[in-house]
Design a binder for this molecule. Sequence first.
Ligand code: URA
Length: 281
Amino acid sequence: MTELSLAPDAAAALLRWYVDQGLDEAIGEEAIDRFALPPPAASVAPLAAPAAMPSAPTPIRPAAPLPQRAPIPLESPQLVEDAREVARKATSVAELEAAVRAFEGCALKRTAKNTVFADGVVGAPVMIVGEAPGADEDRLGKPFVGVSGQLMDRMFDAIGMSRERDLYITNILFWRPPGNRTPTLAEQAICLAFTRRHIELAKPKLVVLAGGTAVKAVLDTTEGITRLRGKWATLRLDDGTEVPALPTFHPAYLLRTPASKRQSWWDLLSIDKKLRELGAR
Ligand code: URA
């Protein structure tokens, strides 16, 4: 392969450009020089010279064997049903985690390095549900461990709560979407089947929904985060339980828009108040 030599500045600029395009990790040890590969076989046969008209009818060729049925596409509604079925069978958080790790029906799993299930204390009074693992979470296999997670830790610390003692943290997606792309509705629906069961089994006193995507998916609404943030909703689960749920801004949004931290502080105070009303503090 031809070696490409670039000045350090140009190499850094190229890397930045790759990251901006969503190419933020190497998935193989060796780079593939696609220019050196033989050209792919033509998918359309070249035009042949016109044949002479046959004098007798050509015999019909025997039918070719039927092509094999394609595997179920990873967008099939059946996969959502499968996920629900598998999730329903889990009777503890540990069983659910094993089921999620064994589940092969979500396309995101193919590109992720790790399954990111949860962090914190099972049975904690507060369960935080975010959107999806990012690069740091994918690498370490734990939710909210990157910069936005560190901000979230500091925010809860301000009301005397920590993931070691009072919080249980997960996402609606267990696998990082490549390049942090927006997850498809099918990917969300599949993972959400597990997340709803996750909430049933973890039995938090209340749920905090971080960011618009988690709010829309978990509360099954099209209403945006700006309208819903700070307003308590009731999350009705399939086993009949109802849990108070508070939509709040995602910490990644707060990093980009620090002026919104004021509203998030009100949300933290509201969480503290609700826990006291529920006798959980
Ligand atoms: N953002 C999320 O929504 N979840 C994480 O785990 C990390 C970043």
